[in-house]
Design a protein around this ligand. Structure first.
Ligand SMILES: C[S@@+](CC[C@H](N)C(=O)[O-])C[C@H]1O[C@@H](n2cnc3c(N)ncnc32)[C@H](O)[C@@H]1O
Length: 283
């Protein structure tokens, strides 16, 4: 069976082009929130599910006293991350960043060896979230911090996607839509449930907040986004004539939507927590 990370193997470059810009402001806001709560971190930082390196690169850029490891299950993602770091960081910052293949549920680090674990939009993909958060707890030194952001579950519709699926239904293809986000089994139920889960694992100073990620997709390029990233495998599997019909039919439907329909507005949960210095009671 294909793992979730392996599904990113074939779309690593497309991810950085099409999807990272959607997530970037919210991911960076996570670091702002952490800094407001706890000041600039120092020491060893681990970015779980680093993808194209968004948080890891931002962490070395803004915090001069950290060394960051970007960890991901997908080797091609790490190749893209490494190239992104080379392109965007000065060499002294590049020396403080490294990349490692590994799984969120089995972090390849010693107990109590990390000062800060961060993660953006990766924990929703982990099959056993409690195990993964427990691993974060294990590798954190006493007093170390965890900061992550991911989706809160919601079933809101997005009109441009509905338009695409209507055209797909009319074509009656053999396959179901291969929406890359469908396997997000671990979207968080709520900020409160997330806080309770973290406290059960032993974290303290837990602060969780719901917020909204808003992104104005470009009506002129949304079809390119579908074909180049979100529905890439589906388009690639179609015969050329059916692919052309799907593309032309979707383009026609998208043209009928008002620009406001391309505003994507989805809930997220930010979570900050601290591993206690020693056994502590209470919240
Ligand atoms: C949606 S991307 C987010 C990437 C990046 N953090 C960002 O905000 O742009 C999710 C990433 O998590 C990785 N991933 C998924 N499950 C994982 C797991 N169990 N262990 C490690 N990485 C995982 C995927 O390979 C992918 O690169």
């Amino acid at each position: 069976m294909k793992t979730i990370e392996s599904r990113y193997d074939g779309s690593a470059t497309a991810y950085r082009t099409w999807w990272e810009p959607v997530l970037a402001p919210t991911a960076r806001e996570l670091l702002d929130r952490l800094e407001r709560a706890a000041g600039p971190p120092i020491g060893r930082v681990l970015d779980v599910g680093t993808g194209a390196g968004l948080l890891a690169i931002e962490a070395v850029r803004r915090w001069t006293m950290v060394e960051v490891t970007g960890l991901d299950g997908s080797a091609p993602m790490l190749v893209v991350a490494e190239a992104a770091a080379r392109d965007s960081l000065v060499s002294s910052a590049q020396q403080r960043i490294s990349w490692l293949r590994g799984h969120a549920e089995r972090l390849p680090f010693e107990d109590e060896s990390i000062d800060l674990v961060v993660s953006s939009f990766a924990y929703q993909l982990v099959p056993r979230l409690t195990v993964a958060l427990g691993e974060a707890f294990r590798v954190l030194r006493p007093g170390g911090r965890l900061a992550f952001v991911t989706w809160r579950s919601a079933d809101d519709r997005f009109a441009p996607d509905d338009a695409f699926e209507d055209v797909l239904d009319e074509l009656e293809p053999d396959d179901e839509p291969g929406n890359a986000e469908e396997a997000r089994a671990g979207d968080l139920a709520s900020a409160g449930a997330t806080a309770a889960r973290l406290r059960r694992l032993g974290f303290r100073s837990v602060v969780t907040r719901e917020a909204w990620l808003t992104y104005d997709h470009d009506p002129a390029t949304y079809l390119d986004f579908l074909e180049g990233y979100a529905e890439r495998e589906l388009f690639a599997d179609l015969q050329p004539d059916r692919r052309a019909r799907l593309r032309n039919g979707t383009a026609e439907r998208l043209r009928q939507l008002p620009p406001t329909a391309f505003r994507w507005h989805v809930p997220v949960v930010y979570a900050l927590a601290r591993r206690p210095e020693s056994i502590e009671r209470g919240p």
